[in-house]
Design a protein around this ligand. Structure first.
Ligand SMILES: [Zn+2]
Length: 539
C-alpha cells in the first residue's frame, strides 16, 4: 500500500504517501515550480518553507530543456531532494488547444527524468464547453489511461489518473468509476480552476463529491489547480488530499496578498494581518516602495506562508475532531463558500457514513448550518432505524434539554422524579422520559450519556432552522412509537410554540392523548397529579 490513513474527520484524512524519494503527509500542498521562472528556488522551498514536495510541468521541461533533465535526473536538475511530481501539459492543452507531443512521449519522458509522481496526458474538459465535447474529453482520457498500463516500463513511480467531466457531474461519475478500475495510486480531479475563479464553490462541491464517491476510497485525491487558502478546508473536508498552487506566484505578480479569509490588494493594505517571517519585518508601505522584483518575491513568500499555515491549522483541526467548526468559520470568508456548505445537505448521509464515530472533544453548535454535521445526521438515522422504546413504555414525558447535561442530572429531571416517586411510591415502568434537544432532536433518557448527546454546547437563543428541525424530529418520533399518552414540558422562552404545535398535530392524527405543561412554578406537581389521575396513583 502506498497510502495509509492515520487520522480522519468528516471525509478529511491525515495520511502518509510512500514514494521512492520519501514519505509525504496529507493533506499536502505542492507548490508549482515553473522550471523557466522561479521566484523562489526549489531548494529554498524545502529549506526555508519546509515543503517536502513540489510539482512541475513535464511538457514545459521537455519543450524547453529536452534531454538535460533526463541526463541529470529531475531532482538534481531542480536542486530539490524532496518528492517531485509532474503534471503532463494538460493545462497547456486547455489554454493553447493543441500540443506538439504525443501522450506516450509524455509517459516515457516522465519515466526518463525519474519523477516520483507522474500524470498521464489527460484531456481537460474546461468550463464553458458543450456536453458532447465534455464526453469526448472523458472518453479520450480513459483511453489514454488504459494505454499507460501497456506502455509504462517502471514500477517505482506513482501514477495519477485524472478525472474529467467538468461541471457535468454524471460524466465526472463515469470518469471516476472507469479510472478507479485501473491500478492508479492517486486520482486527480481536473478542470476546477475556472469554477473556483468564478466563486462557484457550490459547483465545486458537486464535482468533488461526484469524484470522491466513485473512486476507491484508499487512493488519495488531488484537486488540480486549487491553490487558495480560503478554500482548502472545504476541499479537505470533502476528501481532497493534495493541492497544487501556482497562485502564490501568480497572485504575487499581480500585487495580490492571500489570506485564509480571502485576497487583499497590496495597494489597499495599511497593516499586514499576518505574522509570517516576511510580514513581521515589513509594513505594506515598505513593500510598496520596493522594486518590482523584490515586491513580487515578498508577496510570493507571504502567500506561501499563508497556504502552509492554513494547511497546518486544518491538520490540527482534524486531530482535534474540530474540522467542521474550522470549515464553517472559514465559510464566512465569502457568501459563495457558505452557500457551498449549505449544499452539503445533499451529501450528508455519505459524509456521515465515512466520518469517525467518536471524537476527542465535545461539539459546538452555532446555527442551522450545523444540522448537516455527521453527528446530528447519525443520531437521526440511528433513532429511526435502530431504536425501539422500552417494551412497557406507554406514557412519554418530553423534557427540554437545558445547558446542564446529561438529562438525568438536571434539576428538572430530579424534581420530576421526586414528584412521581411521591405519587406512586416508585417509578412506574410504563412512564418513559426523553429529552428534546438542540440540535439532536429526541434523546431517550437511557441514551443520554452516549457520545456526543451530552457532550455538546449549543448557542441560545436557538435559530429558527434548529427549532423547526427539532420540532419535526420530535413529532416524527412520537408518530413512529406506540405511546398511549404524550406529556410535553413546554418551554416557550427557548422554543416558541413550534415543538408544541408539531407534536400536538401528530398526536391528534394518530389518536394519542396529548397534554402539555409549561415549565414554571409547580409544574412537576401538576405532571404528577395528571399522571396519578390517569393511572390511579396513591394521591
Ligand atoms: Zn505574511
Amino acid at each position: 500500500m502506498s497510502y495509509e490513513v492515520r487520522d480522519r474527520d468528516l471525509l478529511a484524512r491525515i495520511g502518509r504517501l510512500h514514494t521512492k524519494s520519501g514519505t509525504i503527509e496529507t493533506p499536502l500542498l505542492f507548490p508549482v515550480v515553473n522550471p523557466t521562472i522561479q521566484p523562489i528556488p526549489p531548494s529554498e522551498l524545502r529549506e526555508k518553507f519546509g515543503f517536502e514536495a513540489l510539482i512541475t510541468n513535464a511538457y514545459i521541461l521537455r519543450k524547453r530543456f529536452g534531454e538535460q533533465p533526463a541526463k541529470m535526473g529531475i531532482h538534481d536538475f531542480l536542486n530539490f531532494n524532496g518528492v517531485v511530481m509532474t503534471d503532463s501539459g494538460a493545462y497547456q492543452l486547455l489554454i493553447y488547444g493543441e500540443l506538439d507531443v504525443k501522450p506516450e512521449e509524455i509517459v516515457a519522458y516522465q519515466e526518463q527524468i525519474n519523477v516520483d509522481i507522474a500524470t498521464i496526458l489527460d484531456v481537460p474538459t474546461g468550463w464553458n464547453v458543450k456536453r458532447s465535447y465534455a464526453e469526448e474529453t472523458v472518453n479520450e482520457t480513459i483511453r489514454r489511461a488504459k494505454e499507460l498500463f501497456k506502455i509504462k516500463t517502471r514500477d517505482d513511480i506513482l501514477w495519477v489518473g485524472p478525472i474529467q467531466g467538468g461541471k457535468f457531474t454524471d460524466l465526472v461519475v463515469k470518469s471516476a468509476r472507469e479510472m478507479g478500475k485501473l491500478p492508479f495510486q492517486i486520482h486527480a480531479l481536473g478542470s476546477p480552476t475556472k469554477v473556483m475563479e468564478n466563486y462557484r464553490f457550490d459547483v465545486l462541491v458537486d464535482m468533488i463529491m461526484a469524484a470522491k464517491m466513485n473512486i476507491p476510497p484508499d487512493r488519495p485525491l488531488h484537486l488540480f489547480g486549487a491553490g487558495h487558502p480560503m478554500m482548502f478546508s472545504l476541499a479537505v473536508a470533502l476528501g481532497c488530499d493534495f493541492f497544487d498552487s501556482a497562485s502564490y506566484a501568480l497572485y504575487a505578480k499581480d500585487g495580490r496578498y492571500m489570506t485564509e479569509m480571502g485576497t487583499a490588494r497590496l495597494n489597499e493594505l495599511e497593516y499586514f494581518p499576518c505574522s509570517c517571517p516576511a510580514c513581521s519585518r515589513s509594513t505594506p508601505e515598505d513593500v510598496r516602495s520596493m522594486t518590482k522584483v523584490e515586491r513580487e518575491r515578498f508577496l510570493a513568500e507571504h502567500n506561501l506562508y499563508a497556504c502552509i499555515s492554513e494547511i497546518k491549522r486544518i491538520k490540527q483541526a482534524i486531530r482535534e475532531g474540530r474540522l467542521w467548526e474550522h470549515l464553517t468559520a472559514r465559510s464566512y470568508a465569502h457568501p459563495s463558500l457558505l452557500q457551498a456548505i449549505k449544499k452539503l445537505d445533499k451529501f450528508k448521509e455519505f459524509i456521515e457514513r465515512h466520518s469517525p464515530v467518536s471524537k476527542p472533544s465535545g461539539l459546538f453548535f452555532y446555527s442551522g448550518i450545523d444540522l448537516v454535521r455527521p453527528e446530528v445526521v447519525r443520531h437521526c438515522i440511528r433513532l429511526r432505524e435502530r431504536y425501539t422504546k422500552p417494551p412497557k413504555a406507554e406514557i412519554l414525558i418530553l423534557i427540554p434539554q437545558t445547558r446542564v447535561k446529561p438529562l438525568h442530572k438536571t434539576s428538572e429531571f430530579k424534581k420530576l422524579e421526586k414528584a412521581i416517586k411521591k405519587a406512586f411510591n416508585s417509578w412506574p415502568e410504563n412512564i418513559h422520559v426523553c429529552a428534546y434537544d438542540a440540535p439532536f432532536g429526541v434523546i431517550p433518557m437511557e441514551l443520554d450519556e452516549t457520545y456526543p448527546l451530552s457532550q455538546h454546547e449549543t448557542t441560545f437563543p436557538l435559530d429558527a432552522e434548529i427549532i423547526t428541525y427539532v420540532a419535526q424530529q420530535s413529532a416524527d418520533y412520537v408518530y413512529r412509537m406506540d405511546y398511549r399518552v404524550v406529556v410535553l414540558l413546554h418551554s416557550p422562552e427557548d422554543w416558541g410554540d413550534a415543538v408544541l404545535k408539531a407534536i400536538e398535530e401528530r398526536c391528534r392524527v394518530k389518536g394519542i392523548k396529548f397534554k402539555y405543561f409549561e415549565l414554571k412554578d409547580d409544574w412537576e406537581k401538576m405532571v404528577a397529579n395528571f399522571l396519578s389521575e390517569l393511572l390511579g396513583g396513591k394521591s
